[in-house]
Design a protein around this ligand. Structure first.
Ligand code: FAD
Length: 532
């Protein structure tokens, strides 16, 4: 069942047939965190924004749903930089009119439990993290200190890197060109190469890369700065939105609506309306048109190039460079419902990562070709993170369990319809579900006795609801190819047409929100003041 975003007690969105007459200053395609943040920022500066969403609900990966009285988020489990005074926290408060309360997940906020029962917790301060590493690896202290110094240096340089993505391409080329004459272009290096250069091997290498699941690329694949930035993102711990991720749509769309904007759902954009070389609006797949002098796509870079822009742009160097970037991995998610008092321990506000391997290069679990259980299960308990959750007389709590799988397993059914997929797909899902549950029962026996509900989503589910390319969990792969592609920026070669969302700049909910702000600042430079 849908959980409906509301503004001032009313549904935050309408159907296309009820759309108000324009004129619109800006059209935003897609209502994920990127689109909503961009629209809210422009609304704050007086723009009337029309938001168009293909799903029947706004929110993208921040939307929530319920089954039999249990509620889950889709794509929000842990967000960093939400402590008092941190820049992303200030931006979120400004964009939502301070309506979102972020709750710390505790210390540690992430627990990584290995098959041989060794456990590492990620603490909620950088000093405690470094102390933990030095205590667990006393012979490696000099290497750890060199590594942390490098992480700090690379993170400091990265701020400029993302800012340049909102400026014209020539500025980016000039500034980055000059910068890379005097310093290394870290975006070209993989995390694995940096580990090798620093002589980081064995268990230390695995422990320093424990958080790769938050950006979806193993060390041999990931661009080192994104790995470094994920460390710094969580230096002060992780947070979760009180009441669940629905509050992002409530708050951000509230800002858009109060400035005269509108949100239309089941409004799939199928193309741009062009006058000469310029974008002047959009055409929906049902033929309806809307006009505005500025059009922004927050629908994902590959979806934008593959389904929205004219053929000439798709075939241009810009379009081809974007389409050539691989996706982040597809994922499956078991949504779990528990009843009965959960013993503290396994189930907590902190996330639990169950590893069956010390090999930090093992990315995908291939249930069709491997008899092994999943090598990683990420288990999160949304209701235990939410201080306002009411468990009721039966002590209801929710869990989510995620792992990465190959797209090839599901590709054959990509054109089938949701709720009407063939028997073979259903039986693969049933097998995957049974094997994930068996592994959860083996690792968390007491907790799993309280399980009363479960439902598996596949990469086809993600593709169905968000148009995610190949059911990708985090958009484009976080690799050197992605971050050295200077076509990925707010401005596109089509005048009047912009890009935003996680593919434009950085990943995750905070990455998407900042990308939204950067694109909005490309259009209204006064917004740069909010980014410092
Ligand atoms: C299982 C999972 C767990 C995650 N956990 C975390 C986490 O703990 N912390 C974190 O920071 N991040 C997490 N993420 C990542 C994060 O949620 C997403 O990367 C981010 O929300 C994406 O935002 P976006 O706005 O770029 O894209 P999306 O949320 O994908 O929004 C794009 C929107 O565009 C719409 N659209 C597409 N095509 C069209 C079209 N033609 N016309 C109209 N609309 C269209 C889609 O329906 C969608 O609503 C997680 C993601 C997943 C899937």
């Amino acid at each position: 069942m849908a959980i409906i975003p509301r503004v001032d007690g009313k549904r935050a969105y309408k159907q296309v047939k009820n759309a108000s007459a324009g004129p619109w200053d800006v059209i935003v395609i897609g209502t994920g965190i990127g689109g909503m943040s961009c629209a809210a920022a422009l609304a704050k500066k007086g723009r009337r924004v029309l938001m168009l969403e293909r799903h029947y609900l706004p929110g993208g990966f921040t939307h929530m749903f319920s089954r039999k009285g249990f509620e889950w988020d889709v794509g929000v489990h842990a967000m960093g930089e939400m402590g008092p005074g941190e820049l992303p926290a200030r931006i979120l408060a400004w964009l939502t009119g301070d309506t979102v309360e972020m709750v710390p997940l505790g210390d540690p906020f992430d627990r990584f439990r290995f098959h041989d029962t060794e456990e590492f917790g990620l603490p909620d301060s950088k000093a405690a993290y470094v102390a933990m590493l030095e205590a667990r690896f006393p012979d490696e202290v000099p290497r750890i200190r060199r590594y942390i110094r490098l992480v700090d240096r690379v993170c400091a340089l990265s701020k400029l890197f993302f800012l340049l993505k909102s400026l014209p391409r020539w500025t980016d080329r000039m500034v980055n060109g000059a910068l890379h004459l005097v310093s290394t272009n870290w975006w070209r290096r993989t995390t694995g190469e940096v580990f090798d250069e620093l002589g980081i091997q064995g268990k230390l290498r695995t422990v320093l890369s424990l958080h790769w699941g938050y950006y979806g690329s193993v060390p041999s694949e990931s661009s080192f700065p994104i790995h470094a930035l994920t460390h710094s993102h969580f230096w002060n711990g992780a947070f979760y939105p009180a009441h669940g991720a629905r509050v992002f749509a409530d708050g951000l769309l509230g800002t858009v609506l109060r400035a005269g904007g509108e949100v239309l759902c089941q409004a799939e954009v199928g193309g741009l309306l062009m006058e000469g070389e310029r974008a002047v609006g959009v055409t929906l797949t049902d033929g309806t048109t809307f006009r505005a002098p500025i059009v922004i796509s927050a629908a994902g870079a590959k979806t934008t190039v593959g389904r929205i822009v004219p053929e000439s742009a798709r075939r241009s160097a810009w379009g081809q460079a974007i389409l050539a970037i691989p996706d982040s991995p597809p994922y499956i998610c078991l949504n779990l419902g528990f009843e009965g008092e959960l013993e503290p321990g396994d189930a907590a506000s902190a996330n639990l990562w169950l590893f069956n391997t010390w090999d930090s290069e093992q990315k995908l679990w291939d249930p069709a070709n491997s008899p092994e259980p999943p090598h990683i299960l990420y288990v999160s308990f949304p209701s235990l993170k939410n201080p306002y959750h009411e468990p009721g007389a039966t002590h209801r709590q929710t869990g989510e369990c995620v792992t990465f799988v190959p797209w090839d397993l599901f590709e054959q059914w990509k054109d089938s319809r949701r709720l009407d997929r063939p028997e073979a797909y259903q039986s693969l899902k049933a097998e995957i579900e049974a094997r994930m549950l068996a592994e959860l029962r083996r690792r968390l026996p007491a907790l799993m006795e309280k399980l009363v509900f479960c439902e598996l989503s596949s990469p086809l589910t993600a593709q169905h609801f968000t148009n995610a390319s190949h059911g990708a969990i985090y958009g484009l792969q976080a690799s050197p190819q992605r971050f050295t592609c200077d076509h990925l920026r707010s401005r596109t070669p089509i005048p009047g047409f912009y890009l935003t969302g996680v593919d434009m700049a950085s990943l995750g909910v905070v990455g998407g929100m900042v990308s939204g702000m950067l694109t909005a600042a490309s259009i209204d430079p006064r917004l740069y003041l909010k980014l410092i």
